[in-house]
Ligand binder design. Structure first.
Ligand code: SF4
Length: 214
C-alpha cells in the first residue's frame, strides 16, 4: 500500500486545518469533571448516546465528591443504556474515589496522572487533554484509524502505533487535527459507504478499505 509523500502530508494537514478550523468534540460537558466522565462513557459508544445519559447522571452527581460517595449500583442504573455499563459504572466509582484520595479531589491534568485512574487509558487521557487544554496530543479512535489509513498517513496495525506515526508526521496542531479526523470519519469517510463524491481530499485518497485497529 502506498504511503502519503511529504508533500501529500502537508496538503492533507492544511486542508484539514482549513476545513475543520473550529472542530470540537460533540460531547456535551461543563467542566473537567464532566468531560472526563463523558470521555470514559464514550468508549465503544456514540457521543449521541452519551449525551442522552449524562444530563441525569450529572444532575444526580454534579461533582467528583458526589460521584465518589455514590454506590456502583446507583451509577449503573443511570448509565445502563450505555455499552459496557457494568464495567464503566465500576470504573467511574473507582476513578472518583482515586481522585478524592490521591489527588485531593482535583481531576489531574497530566497524561501520566490521568492514566493512573481506573478506566483511563492513553486514548481517554489524550482526548481529555486535547479537548480541555488543546494539548498537542493525538488520540486514535476507530475514525482516526480508518481515515488516516485510507489516506496513507499510517499503515500501523494498532491505535497506539498510529498515534505515534501521526504525531511524528504532523508535529503540531494535533488537537485540532484529532477532532478533525474524528468528524471526517464520522460524517464523510464513513466505515461503510464513505461520501467520496463530497470528499475534500479525494485526490489524495489511497484506499477505500475499511481499516480497523487490531
Ligand atoms: S475519497 Fe472516500 S475513502 Fe477516500 S478519504 Fe475521501 S471519503 Fe474517505
Amino acid at each position: 500500500m502506498k504511503k502519503a509523500t511529504k508533500a501529500e502530508i502537508a496538503l492533507i494537514k492544511s486542508r484539514f486545518l482549513v476545513h475543520y478550523a473550529n472542530a470540537k468534540t460533540e460531547l456535551v460537558y461543563k467542566n473537567l469533571y464532566e468531560l472526563l466522565v463523558c470521555v470514559m462513557l464514550s468508549a465503544q459508544c456514540t457521543d449521541k448516546r452519551v449525551n442522552i445519559v449524562t444530563p441525569s447522571l450529572f444532575a444526580r452527581f454534579p461533582n467528583i465528591e458526589s460521584l465518589a460517595l455514590a454506590t456502583v449500583d446507583e451509577i449503573r442504573e443511570l448509565i445502563k443504556s450505555i455499552s459496557f455499563f457494568n464495567a464503566k459504572a465500576k470504573n467511574l466509582h473507582k476513578m472518583a474515589n482515586q481522585v478524592m484520595q490521591d489527588f485531593n479531589g482535583e481531576i489531574p491534568t497530566t497524561q501520566i496522572a490521568l492514566k493512573s485512574l481506573a478506566g483511563v487509558g492513553q486514548k481517554t487521557a489524550n482526548v481529555v487533554l486535547i479537548e480541555f487544554f488543546e494539548a498537542n496530543y493525538m488520540a486514535v479512535d476507530t475514525h482516526v484509524f480508518r481515515t488516516s489509513h485510507r489516506l496513507g498517513l499510517s499503515y500501523a496495525k494498532s491505535a497506539q502505533e498510529t498515534e505515534l506515526e501521526l504525531s511524528k508526521i504532523f508535529k503540531d496542531n494535533l488537537s485540532t487535527l484529532h477532532q478533525a479526523f474524528v468528524l471526517f470519519g464520522r460524517y464523510t469517510c464513513k466505515a461503510v459507504k464513505p461520501n467520496c463524491s463530497d470528499c475534500f481530499v479525494f485526490d489524495l485518497c489511497k484506499n477505500k478499505q475499511n481499516f480497523k485497529p487490531r
